[in-house]
Design a protein around this ligand. Sequence first.
Ligand SMILES: C[S@@+](CC[C@H](N)C(=O)[O-])C[C@H]1O[C@@H](n2cnc3c(N)ncnc32)[C@H](O)[C@@H]1O
Length: 224
Amino acid sequence: MAEATTVERSSYVQSFKKLRIAKLINERPEFRKLRRKNTFWKEVSEAMAVRERIKDLLIRDPSHVVIDACSGKGFLTTLVGLMHPKTKVISVDIDEGADREHLKYLKNVEFINMDIMSEEFEKLVRDAGEKVILTGIHLCRDLSERFIELVNRYDNVKLAVLMPCCEGKFPREKYQFIIDELGVYEGWCCYLKDKFSQDLKVRIKRDKKVISPKNVVITAERES
Ligand SMILES: C[S@@+](CC[C@H](N)C(=O)[O-])C[C@H]1O[C@@H](n2cnc3c(N)ncnc32)[C@H](O)[C@@H]1O
């Protein structure tokens, strides 16, 4: 009951339900299995939060390439792939065993089995085109730091949206005030925000419309 109330309260869920693709995900057998997961609405809210932050750029210029780092089964990849059919979406994850059959039905989507810590991933980001959008939902510990490292390093990454997950090693003393006031997760997220290069426009927000306690979203924009 509490779960249902939380789901109903999320305006991302409400917005998703109004989309044409919500019907498609509900009805088409290749996507319907995504709905069977009991974490479905949480994933919807997370993916909608990220899509909300990249959609204006994609609507203006669909030629951006979206790289969804540590994509899991690829719900964000699916959402962006369906809503932006002219945009190429590359879904990257180290785990090749997960069921990603649904991605094969999306002509503009490619799954690549890869470690984001590797040289190959670095090359993938660097060579993906002049305009890249990097996304990462719930990247734990050094995966978030690696994400930021690549955003800082490659000028072709025009926009990055990161929702961090479990905290790694960081100088807690420096963020003690935030930790005391808001908790370790917020301290970790502020540390990550500070790791983005100074020439990027970085925003951080706890997005309460995301149904997950790990709901801080960091957005980094590179002026063209
Ligand atoms: C917490 S899950 C998040 C999945 C997805 N982004 C989501 O929100 O549903 C973390 C994902 O990171 C992937 N992963 C872990 N280490 C990785 C690495 N070094 N390179 C690429 N993917 C990795 C895991 O396989 C897993 O799918």
